[in-house]
Each structure stands twice: as structure tokens, then as C-alpha cells.
Design a protein around this ligand. Structure first.
Ligand SMILES: C[C@](O)(CO)[C@H](O)COP(=O)(O)OP(=O)(O)OC[C@H]1O[C@@H](n2ccc(N)nc2=O)[C@H](O)[C@@H]1O
Ligand SMILES: Nc1ncnc2c1ncn2[C@@H]1O[C@H](COP(=O)(O)OP(=O)(O)OP(=O)(O)O)[C@@H](O)[C@H]1O
Length: 270
């Protein structure tokens, strides 16, 4: 076994329709997911026993024991390993921090051993299967349906106002659990066409998340100069799609200057 380093990229739900609910309470989703060129960094090294060190600017409050999804992923895989998790993404933020970390650990272990996981990654979280793919995809079912999509790279600004929004309470507060699925997706279209189409789709979790964290409204207002501003996942992180990375960086700088306490990043989604 050799040592491996991986990026665990931020996951962004460009749109997210809740189309039903299973008898076990989990919700059926129809969502387009893309990944940023920014995320947590994970280093794996062979070790006689499981070990986890959490470092980085967003390490505060992240568990460094068996509660961490990285640890759970390696444990389920059945391989003791030393993990260094360099945390850059805010937690409980709707950009899949923990899920992307878990998926990166599984991909890293597969690279180290040549053996894919012998269990269903969905067991670690609904976002883990799409994070295993790590590129533009349509997510269906409760997260087990993952179908790659041909979408252009999109410059974007990500903004999190520093409020943790717990995913279960947002799902619980949904007024309607049976909403229409996505319209036919314009695969292969130019960015402008995709953005115009996205403007006609929804994130059904946005109204209940905004009711619990009204600051999401302020984040979307700050992102208004973008071509399209929406919330990701169950919030509170929102994204603004821009025409160029230069535009995205300029908007990110302006938002950061006006809100020094917010987490702001200019990225490319793919
Ligand atoms: C909101 C999304 O981020 C959209 O990509 C995901 O659906 C959530 O993914 P996740 O955080 O990996 O989700 P999990 O850790 O599996 O579930 C957290 C909680 O969210 C709710 N949950 C999650 C996924 C789903 N399809 N239906 C749900 O109702 C459940 O209450 C669950 O207990
Ligand atoms: N590797 C990890 N990184 C961050 N948080 C983790 C990790 N492992 C476990 N946790 C715990 O999980 C909670 C949710 O964090 P996470 O970033 O996975 O959720 P999320 O942003 O809600 O994801 P989603 O986009 O799927 O809604 C945190 O409050 C934290 O205590």
C-alpha cells in the first residue's frame, strides 16, 4: 500500500426537486449536482490502527474520532488507515462536506489496494454515491441513482453565512413532499442556455431552510449580481453562476468585503 492525497470537492445542487417520500421517511429527489475545484484535502497512509487528524481553517467542531464520516468510511471498507483531513469546507452547509470526505476516503482506499468497496456507499449517506462519481450528474431516488451528465463548466461564487442548518429539520418542514420532477435537461447546451433552463427549475428545500435561517435571504440578495443565484442542498450555502471566473472572483471579493464573517469562494463547477 502506498500513501495517497485526494481532493474532496464541494458538492453543489444546481436544482433539487423533492418528488416523493419512502415509507422509511427518506425523500425521493431529482437533482443536478456539480463539483467545485475547491474542497477538503485528504491524505491516507498505511497504519496498524485507525487514526484521524483534522487540520485546516474549518477544523473547529469537526469530530476527529469514529463519528467522522472519513473514519466510518474506512471502517466500513475494513482497512485500518491513518487519515489526515485538511478541512476547508464549512460543515452542515449543504455542500456535502462530510459526504465528499467519505467518498474521497473510499476512492483513496480503492487506489491503495486495487479493491473497490464491498458495501453500498449509500449506507454512509445519501450524497456519498454522487460524491464517488465526483462530476456533473443527475441524482435520483434517495441518492442511489447517479447518472453522469454532459454539462459545461460553470464559474460560480459560493457563499455560506456561518450558520449550520441541520438537513433532517429542513426535510421535515417541507410543506409538500410530492412535487414535479426536473424538466428534460438540456445536456450539451451552452452555459447561457443551461443557466436560463436552471432558472425555471427549483430547490424545494429553499423555502423551509429560509424559514429556519432567514440569513439565507441576505446571502441570495448579495449574490443577485450573478446570472442566477440559488441555495445548494439543504442550505445554508448558496451559489451564484457567473459568465466568467473573472466575474466570479470580482463578485466574491465584493461580497467578502461587505460580509467579512461569511465564507466566500470563487470556483469553477464541473
Ligand atoms: C440534501 C442533500 O444534500 C441533497 O444532495 C442530500 O439529500 C442529503 O445528503 P446527506 O447529508 O448525505 O444525507 P444523510 O446523511 O443520508 O441524511 C441526513 C438526513 O436527511 C434526510 N434525508 C436525506 C436524504 C434524502 N433523500 N431524504 C431525506 O429525508 C433524513 O432525515 C436523513 O436522516
Ligand atoms: N468529515 C466531516 N466533515 C464535516 N462534518 C462532519 C464530518 N464527519 C462528520 N461530520 C458531522 O456531520 C455534520 C454534518 O456535516 P456535513 O458537512 O456532512 O453536512 P452537510 O453540509 O449538511 O451535507 P449535505 O450537503 O449532504 O447536506 C457536522 O455537523 C459534523 O458534526
Amino acid at each position: 500500500m502506498t500513501t495517497v492525497d485526494l481532493l474532496a470537492p464541494a458538492k453543489v445542487n444546481l436544482c433539487l426537486h423533492v418528488t416523493g417520500q419512502r415509507s422509511d421517511g427518506y425523500h425521493l429527489l431529482d437533482s443536478i449536482v456539480m463539483f467545485a475545484d475547491l474542497g477538503d484535502r485528504i491524505a491516507l497512509a498505511p497504519a496498524p490502527a485507525m487514526a484521524l487528524t483534522v487540520t485546516g481553517p474549518r477544523a473547529a467542531g469537526v469530530p476527529d474520532d469514529a463519528r467522522n464520516l472519513c473514519w466510518k468510511a474506512a471502517d466500513r471498507y475494513g482497512r485500518a488507515v491513518s487519515i489526515t483531513l485538511d478541512k476547508h469546507l464549512p460543515a452542515a452547509a449543504g455542500i456535502g462536506g462530510g459526504s465528499s470526505d467519505a467518498a474521497a476516503v473510499l476512492r483513496g482506499l480503492e487506489r491503495m489496494t486495487g479493491r473497490p468497496p464491498a458495501f453500498d456507499p449509500l449506507a454512509l449517506g445519501a450524497d456519498v454515491p454522487v460524491c464517488m462519481l465526483g462530476r456533473a450528474a443527475r441524482m435520483t431516488g434517495i441518492g442511489e441513482g447517479v447518472e453522469p451528465l454532459d454539462l459545461p463548466p460553470l464559474p460560480a461564487v459560493l457563499v455560506n453565512p456561518g450558520i449550520e442548518v441541520p438537513t433532517p429539520s429542513v426535510f421535515r418542514a417541507l410543506p409538500s413532499k410530492h412535487n414535479p420532477p426536473l424538466d428534460p435537461i438540456p445536456e450539451g447546451a451552452a452555459p447561457g442556455v443551461l443557466i436560463d433552463w436552471l432558472a425555471t427549475q427549483r430547490n424545494d428545500l429553499e423555502p423551509p431552510a429560509r424559514a429556519q435561517a432567514p440569513v439565507i435571504g441576505a446571502v441570495l440578495a448579495a449574490l443577485a449580481p450573478a446570472r442566477l443565484a440559488r441555495m445548494s442542498g439543504s442550505g445554508a450555502t448558496c451559489f451564484g453562476l457567473c459568465d466568467s471566473l473573472t466575474d466570479a472572483q470580482a463578485l466574491a471579493d465584493a461580497i467578502q468585503a461587505a460580509h467579512p464573517g461569511w465564507w466566500v469562494a470563487a470556483v469553477t463547477l464541473s
